[in-house]
Ligand binder design. Structure first.
Ligand code: PMV
Length: 325
């Protein structure tokens, strides 16, 4: 199955004409607690493993669409060339939808773009929601999730609040690979991210994944690592054991970043500031604060802690951008 056929199947019978003069939609970012890294199908963005995320509902992307003579893109008020890698990726994605008119696209994100804080997840999810409104489609969340996955894998987890599982699925057409919201949540959870660097990363997660899969001698272990970490996390969730969940979230992030270092050439998204922030987490934990970190394809750090520790964590990390999941 090709991405085009997937979209045709999901949008069967739905109009490709704009029903409105303008539409607008917001989608939040989601941060992986158990990471997705590597694909079983590159074209369809089907993952090698399941993954699990937490939505940061206040942070994300608002996208406005209006029919136009030519396709155009504006990001945070700045006209953006469609010949850039981001513009091309967007055009390829839009082409899958076979809309009858070109679109003027305006996106606004309250997080930095391409810095490893999941801007592509909120971006592709918001775009799907805005197209759905513009054309008057009637989709279920699962179908939206599959459509957004074709733009960026992790975008399929951005349609729900709280914890979301992205199932790897087994079907070659990927129609069983989408987000599924969990009903259980982490009690008294506070989260936040530390923006240590705002510049776009040099190696995209897309090419980083490919390089790791093709060259790391340890990549074959990744599926088993994720299977065990996810199972430990879900046990912790059932037992409402914050420490168990926090420890395995950190272990999964360590495993991912060590795995990246074993690719050729080696990959690292970590900077001295990342390490210093992690050290501070360790120091606070020694003082009895249950605080855990995770890191994605960028140097920025996300923190998980319990509400009673919010004051002490904010004092230790003054620039922390909080989120209430
Ligand atoms: O969906 P992508 O291609 O942006 O990849 C996301 C990769 C990680 O953020 C590192 C992990 C994840 O599960 O979100």
């Amino acid at each position: 199955m090709t991405p085009l056929k997937t979209v045709q199947k999901i949008l069967q019978g739905q109009s490709r004409r704009s029903a409105l003069e303008k539409s607008e939609a917001f989608a939040p970012i989601n941060i992986a607690l158990i990471k997705y890294w590597g694909k079983r199908d590159v074209g369809l963005n089907l993952p090698e493993t399941d993954s699990l995320s937490l939505t940061f509902p206040e942070w994300g992307t608002t996208t406005q669409l209006s029919p136009s003579d030519v396709t155009s893109l504006e990001i945070n008020g700045i006209p953006t060339d469609l010949d850039t890698p981001l513009g091309q990726r967007l055009q390829e994605f839009l082409a899958l939808f076979e809309l009858e008119v070109p679109l003027a696209i305006r996106t606004y994100s309250n997080i930095p773009i391409g810095a490893g804080v999941a801007s592509s997840a909120s971006g592709f999810a918001a775009l799907v929601l805005a197209m759905e409104k513009l054309c008057g489609w009637d989709l279920d969340p699962q179908s939206r999730s599959i459509l957004a996955r074709l733009g960026s894998g992790s975008a399929c987890r951005s349609f729900w609040r709280g914890l979301v599982l992205w199932k790897r699925g087994t079907r070659p057409d990927g129609l069983d690979s989408h987000g599924v919201p969990l009903s259980l949540q982490i009690p008294n959870l506070c989260t936040g991210f530390l923006l240590l660097h705002q510049k776009p990363k040099k190696i995209s997660s897309r090419s980083g994944m490919r390089r790791t899969q093709e060259t790391s001698p340890y990549y074959p272990m990744w599926s088993e690592i994720v299977r065990q970490d996810l199972s430990t996390f879900l046990q912790g969730l059932l037992q409402q054991d914050f420490q168990k969940m926090g420890q395995v979230v950190e272990r999964n992030a360590w495993s991912l970043h060590r795995l990246l270092e074993t690719a050729t050439p080696a990959l690292s998204y970590t900077t001295a500031e990342t390490i210093a922030a992690i050290q501070k987490v360790f120091d606070l934990r020694q003082q009895g604060v249950l605080l855990y970190w995770t890191q994605d394809a960028g140097p920025n750090i996300k923190l998980l802690f319990q509400r009673e520790h919010q004051g002490v964590v904010q004092r230790a990390f003054p620039g922390l951008l909080l989120s209430d999941p």
